[in-house]
Every structure is written in structure tokens, then in C-alpha cells.
Design a protein around this ligand. Structure first.
Ligand SMILES: *[C@@H]1O[C@H](CO)[C@@H](O)[C@H](O)[C@H]1NC(C)=O
Ligand SMILES: *[C@@H]1O[C@H](CO)[C@@H](O)[C@H](O)[C@H]1NC(C)=O
Ligand SMILES: *[C@@H]1O[C@H](CO)[C@@H](O)[C@H](O)[C@H]1NC(C)=O
Ligand SMILES: *[C@@H]1O[C@H](CO)[C@@H](O)[C@H](O)[C@H]1NC(C)=O
Ligand SMILES: *[C@@H]1O[C@H](CO)[C@@H](O)[C@H](O)[C@H]1NC(C)=O
Ligand SMILES: *[C@@H]1O[C@H](CO)[C@@H](O)[C@H](O)[C@H]1NC(C)=O
Ligand SMILES: *[C@@H]1O[C@H](CO)[C@@H](O)[C@H](O)[C@H]1NC(C)=O
Ligand SMILES: *[C@@H]1O[C@H](CO)[C@@H](O)[C@H](O)[C@H]1NC(C)=O
Ligand SMILES: *[C@@H]1O[C@H](CO)[C@@H](O)[C@H](O)[C@H]1NC(C)=O
Length: 403
């Protein structure tokens, strides 16, 4: 029983009122408000608290300022209101999963958790938090929240916001993120804004209507944008990515992008099936690309004016006539293809390829040869070659070094 594990110990702190530390067994279960009230005289709970599955509609765990372990609510179908007037810190994880009737969550002083993991809280619409300014990992998935204003971190390792169908805005003061940001499958119309973000290790952004990173300077790993609804994308301060890829795939509304300061991409560049994008001329300073370049779309113009060194292949295919861009780009092709060698891998450029948007795979083996054949690898390869020939156009499909 819960109470048996509660071993209060009184610790004096200077001249201030006595502080009570209560040690609970590694995980103690609160099954009722009466159990929760037994904690009310503890300032610090040493151990973890599990809220049981049959608690009744209300649990108030006011009293403790700190729980050193975890606070968990799992598979609870009765809890509607979960509150604490005093809790400031959870040393471990604050996990809530499958708490289907929970509507109000009020932890007005909570500012610090190690991990926040909330999943399947289908009714939670309002949230009162400290706000939380310290956390290493945050996952918020499948909730009814329309804002995440209670979460305002400056620094975090992982942030995963998915399947929150009502979420309309997500703005945070975050300055850096050291592992991965995932935002996807939330409600249509979600605007995401990171006004102070300076560097981020990796990000995957999908199904977002507006995305703003005005201060972003460095992506250490990869940045991936899939199936978003924004019409323009801007990274005004981004100077380089250290190791990973940049990719934009299937962003059907995208019309223009701006990368005025981007000078190098550590990995590859993939831009595919963004059918509204008709020019790729937004990399005025881009000099080096550590991987391959693969571009597929409805482009009429492709221009990389500053390009000095592409370690991998450079492979462009468009539904439209980009033959003059192909001619220009050919000047940078490997020497055995007639260029000056600034592109080290195979250079391929095809126009009027009806199926250009079908091929959205990134370089499968990372060897810099997006397509081993020198043609248009992946699906529809035969059709591509055939169409190009049929229209008698373009075909700077240099096969030189392939095979
Ligand atoms: C969610 O919790 C309910 C009890 O409230 C349980 O019956 C159900 O099996 C749980 N669902 C999952 C996927 O664990
Ligand atoms: C990412 O790059 C920034 C700027 O170069 C650096 O300060 C930071 O430590 C890097 N982070 C990781 C996780 O590599
Ligand atoms: C989200 O961004 C779009 C496009 O920038 C804008 O039209 C819309 O009003 C924004 N919505 C909200 C809720 O801010
Ligand atoms: C959301 O994005 C994913 C790609 O991550 C895509 O498969 C899915 O179709 C998108 N959903 C909508 C509604 O656009
Ligand atoms: C962009 O970078 C410059 C130079 O590092 C800096 O002065 C400026 O404040 C940055 N802009 C934003 C919006 O962060
Ligand atoms: C994120 O980026 C770092 C480089 O900063 C890389 O080492 C790490 O594997 C990446 N993590 C994920 C989940 O992609
Ligand atoms: C291309 O993007 C559109 C959305 O703009 C999507 O419906 C279609 O399935 C995508 N095609 C491929 C091959 O990914
Ligand atoms: C391109 O995007 C910028 C904002 O980044 C915007 O001011 C401009 O009007 C856009 N141009 C077109 C043609 O959409
Ligand atoms: C892109 O090209 C395809 C194939 O020619 C065409 O069906 C589609 O309408 C074009 N989309 C746009 C937005 O121009």
C-alpha cells in the first residue's frame, strides 16, 4: 500500500521552515485523491509516482515541489482533471499515455522536467504549465491542444510534435536543438515559428502551413521538408549544413525559396515533386555540396551561380524545357563529360520528362551516384529516356563514367 512506502524525514534548511523529504518505494501508485493527499506534506518526493487507472475524475497532487523520479499516468479512462499548485520539478519523465477523458491539466508552477511524453490525450484542450523552460526531450502526440504555449524551452535535445489535429500555432523561443525535431501530421493550418533558433541538429517538418526560422545559421545534420503547404520558404541566415542532406519533397504549394547566405551543404540536396516551383535559382552563394544533387520538378530554369565543388552526382530532370539550363550546368560537369570538373560525380540533365515528379527517392547508397546508370534511375527510367528521345530534346544525359 501506498502509505507504507511513505517515509517522511524532516530536514531543516537554515532558519527557513523545515523541508520534508518523503521517500516512496521506487514506484508508488496513487489510486485516489486520498492517496494524493498523503503527499501533501512532502516538499520533495524521492522516487516515482504512478497514477493508477481507477482514480476517479480528479487528482490534485498539491504539496510536493519536486518529484525526483517519474510522474506517470497510463491507460486511465476516468481522470478528467489533473492538477498541482506546487510542483516545480520532475527529475525524471512526466509521462501521460492514453488518458482519454483528461480535459484540464493545471501544473502552474511546473518549469522543469527531464522528459515530457504525452500521447493519446484525446481531450486535453487547455494546458497550464509554469511554463516548462527546461526539458531534454518533449513528445506531444495525439492531443486536442490548440496551442503549446505552456512549453517554452531555450534548449532541448528532442522535440516531437505529431498528430495534434487542432494545433494551429507553435512558437517557441528555442535557441538550439541537439538531436532531432519532428513536426508532422498535425492539423492542417499549423504555423510553426522558431524566432530565436540558431542551430539545430536535424529536423523533419511535414504538413505545416507556415515555417519560420529567421535566425537559423547552422543545421548540423539534416533538414527534411515533406508535404508541407507553405508557398514560400526562407532561411535568411542559414550559412551551412555540417553533415546531412537538405530535402524538399512533395511541397505542392511551394513557389519560391530563399537561401541568401547558404554556402555549403555537408550532405546531398534533394528537391523533388514540388510542382509549383518553376525556378531553382535561390542558392546564390552555394559553393560546395558534400553529397549528390538530385532535382526533379516542373522547372524551366536551374541555376547554381557560385557552385565550385559537388562531391557526388548532379542529376536534374524536369517536366518542362530546361535545355538552356542544362547547357549552362554542363560547363561544371566532370571533364570526361566536357565540363571543368567542378561536379565530381556523373552529370545528368533531362528536359520534358513527363514523369520527372515521380522519382522522389534520395540517393539510395550515398555514393554520390544518384543513379548508377547515367539515365534517370528509379521508377520510370525507361519512360524518361524514351520521352526525351521522342521530343528530340535536351539529352545531356552524359553516360561517360557510368558502367
Ligand atoms: C487505453 O486505456 C483504456 C482504459 O482506459 C484501455 O481499455 C485501453 O486498452 C487502452 N488502450 C491502449 C491502446 O492501451
Ligand atoms: C551544431 O553547430 C553549432 C554551430 O557550429 C555548434 O555550436 C553546435 O555545437 C553543433 N551541435 C551539434 C549537436 O553538433
Ligand atoms: C498561418 O500562416 C498562413 C500563411 O502564412 C496565414 O495565412 C495564416 O493566417 C496563419 N494562421 C495563423 C493561425 O496564424
Ligand atoms: C503529411 O505528410 C506526409 C509525409 O510525411 C504525407 O505522406 C501525408 O500525405 C501528408 N498528409 C497530408 C494531409 O498532407
Ligand atoms: C542573422 O545573422 C547576423 C550575423 O550573424 C545577425 O547579426 C542577425 O541578427 C541575424 N538575424 C536574425 C534574424 O537572427
Ligand atoms: C542528428 O544530427 C547529428 C549531427 O549533428 C547526427 O550525428 C545524428 O545522428 C542525427 N540524429 C538523427 C536522429 O538523425
Ligand atoms: C507529389 O506531390 C503530390 C502533392 O503535391 C502528391 O499528391 C503526389 O503523390 C506526390 N508524388 C510522388 C511520386 O510522391
Ligand atoms: C518569394 O518569397 C518572398 C518571401 O520570402 C516573397 O516576398 C516574394 O513575394 C516571393 N515571390 C514569389 C514570386 O512568390
Ligand atoms: C507539373 O508538370 C506536370 C507534368 O507536365 C503537370 O501535369 C502539372 O500540371 C504541372 N504542375 C504545375 C503546378 O505546373
Amino acid at each position: 500500500m501506498f502509505v507504507k512506502h511513505l517515509l517522511p524525514a524532516v530536514v531543516a534548511i537554515g532558519s527557513v521552515a523545515a523541508q520534508t523529504t518523503c521517500t516512496v518505494s521506487s514506484t508508488s501508485t496513487v489510486n485516489s485523491q486520498a492517496d494524493a493527499t498523503k503527499l501533501a506534506n512532502c516538499d520533495v518526493v524521492k522516487g516515482s509516482i504512478l497514477i493508477g487507472t481507477n482514480t476517479g475524475a480528479r487528482i490534485d497532487i498539491s504539496g510536493p515541489r519536486e518529484i525526483t523520479g517519474d510522474l506517470e499516468v497510463l491507460n486511465n479512462g476516468v481522470l478528467e482533471t489533473f492538477t498541482s499548485d506546487d510542483l516545480e520539478k520532475i527529475g525524471g519523465a512526466f509521462t501521460m499515455r492514453n488518458v482519454t477523458l483528461l480535459t484540464a491539466l493545471d501544473f502552474e508552477k511546473l518549469t522543469s522536467v527531464r522528459t515530457l511524453s504525452w500521447q493519446s490525450l484525446n481531450r486535453v484542450a487547455t494546458l497550464t504549465l509554469g511554463p516548462i523552460s527546461q526539458a531534454e526531450e518533449v513528445t506531444i502526440s495525439d492531443t486536442f491542444l490548440d496551442t503549446l504555449d505552456g512549453i517554452d524551452l531555450e534548449s532541448v535535445r528532442k522535440l516531437d510534435i505529431n498528430n495534434n489535429m487542432r494545433l494551429q500555432t507553435f512558437t517557441t523561443q528555442l535557441k538550439d536543438l541537439s538531436d532531432n525535431l519532428n513536426i508532422q501530421a498535425n492539423g492542417i493550418g499549423l504555423n510553426v515559428s522558431f524566432p530565436n533558433l540558431v542551430w539545430i541538429a536535424n529536423m523533419t517538418i511535414a504538413n505545416v502551413t507556415d515555417f519560420s526560422v529567421p535566425s537559423l545559421e547552422v543545421v548540423n545534420g539534416s533538414a527534411r521538408f515533406d508535404s508541407n503547404y507553405f508557398e514560400s520558404f526562407s532561411a535568411p541566415n542559414l550559412t551551412h549544413t555540417e553533415s546531412g542532406d537538405i530535402s524538399f519533397v512533395g511541397n505542392g504549394e511551394l513557389k519560391n525559396m530563399t537561401f541568401p547566405k547558404l554556402t555549403s551543404i555537408g550532405g546531398g540536396l534533394l528537391i523533388a515533386n514540388n510542382t509549383g516551383l518553376d525556378t531553382v535559382d535561390f542558392f546564390p552563394e552555394l559553393e560546395t555540396i558534400g553529397g549528390a544533387v538530385k532535382l526533379r520538378g516542373n522547372f524551366t530554369e536551374v541555376d547554381f551561380p557560385a557552385l565550385e565543388d559537388v562531391k557526388g552526382a548532379f542529376d536534374v530532370s524536369s517536366t518542362a524545357d530546361i535545355s538552356s539550363s542544362c547547357d549552362n550546368l554542363l560547363q561544371k560537369a566532370p571533364q570526361n563529360q566536357g565540363g571543368d570538373g567542378r561536379i565530381q560525380g556523373t552529370f545528368t540533365c533531362t528536359a520534358l520528362n513527363e514523369n520527372a515528379n515521380e522519382d522522389t527517392d534520395s540517393d539510395p547508397n550515398g555514393d554520390g551516384n544518384v543513379d548508377g546508370s547515367g539515365g534517370d534511375g528509379g521508377s520510370g527510367a525507361a519512360g524518361v529516356t524514351f520521352n526525351a528521345a521522342l521530343f528530340g530534346l535536351v539529352g545531356i544525359a552524359a553516360l561517360a563514367s557510368a558502367l
